[in-house]
Write a protein of this length. Structure first.
Length: 276
């Protein structure tokens, strides 16, 4: 009878333990569910706030449109002209100016480099029935069509900004190449080779040192058309060069990456003359 009683007590203890474990698991699950409910409530409140904000913005725009519609045609036209003139004033500070025409707006984009005025390009836009390019003086190798497809119909400001970046970068690359040819022609061997966009430059040059000159070959590639510094530079020492001149070629390559072309050239040419 004793053993039977002990077995019964063990069974009861085991059953009680199992029930306690199940209760703890249920409590943990309930706590987890409550936490999840609270998280969902927070997300719901955030979404409601966003929806309310969007509705307020839409209602504000509708009020403006409604007010403009209720106004006289002359008042609506004056309002549009003020908006366009305000936009033109903002652009003027970034080298972009414009004037209203009978059929739209004519923009002028000026390029410069370190305070030196370079070139200007015009862009004549029609605004009716849709915004489109009427005439322009943008060089053919500037990706005007791609920029137009991406921004012209949706964001005119972005369109002009990106186009100005392309034009300024091109003008600056061209300016650097011109400066190299004009100021350092004595150090160049042959002419500087470049394509129309000036994003690929190749030239041979010589550096004076200890009464001698050492020949180098450089190739500069600008894969970012909105940048005036090269993204890839290869400089090599032509002919028989010692190890020190290979290090010099590497140093020249680093200068071309960090500095304007003519300034980098001026730096190591001056250094070579100081050694002499």
């Amino acid at each position: 009878g004793v053993f039977t009683h002990l077995e019964m007590l063990e069974t009861q203890a085991h059953e009680a333990g199992r029930k306690q474990e199940e209760k703890e698991q249920q409590e943990e699950k309930l706590a987890s569910l409550q936490q999840r409910v609270e998280e969902l409530r927070i997300q719901r409140d955030q979404l409601r706030a966003k929806v309310d904000l969007q509705q307020k913005r839409k209602s504000g725009k509708k009020e403006i449109v409604s007010h403009a519609a209720e106004s006289s045609p002359g008042a609506v036209l004056d309002w549009k002209l003020r908006r366009v003139k305000g936009m033109l004033q903002i652009f003027y500070l970034t080298g972009i100016s414009g004037k209203l025409t009978k059929r739209g707006v004519c923009f002028s984009i000026s390029t410069a480099y370190e305070g030196t005025y370079l070139d200007s390009y015009y862009l004549d836009l029609l605004t009716k029935p849709a915004v489109q390019i009427h005439r322009h003086s943008i060089p053919i190798f500037i990706p005007l069509e791609q920029i137009s497809k991406r921004y012209l119909q949706t964001d005119i400001r972005r369109f002009l900004s990106v186009l100005a970046d392309h034009l300024n970068a091109y003008a600056r690359r061209k300016y650097q190449a011109d400066q190299l040819q004009e100021r350092f022609s004595d150090h160049l061997e042959g002419s500087l080779q470049r394509n129309s966009l000036c994003n690929l430059l190749a030239f041979n040059y010589k550096v004076p040192s200890e009464g001698k000159t050492f020949p180098f070959s450089a190739r500069l590639i600008y894969t970012d058309l909105c940048c005036s510094l090269p993204t890839e530079v290869v400089v090599s020492c032509t002919g028989k060069c010692l190890g020190m001149w290979k290090e010099t070629a590497a140093a020249h390559s680093e200068l071309f990456r960090r500095m304007a072309l003519h300034k980098a050239f001026c730096t190591f040419i001056s250094a070579g003359e100081e050694v002499d």
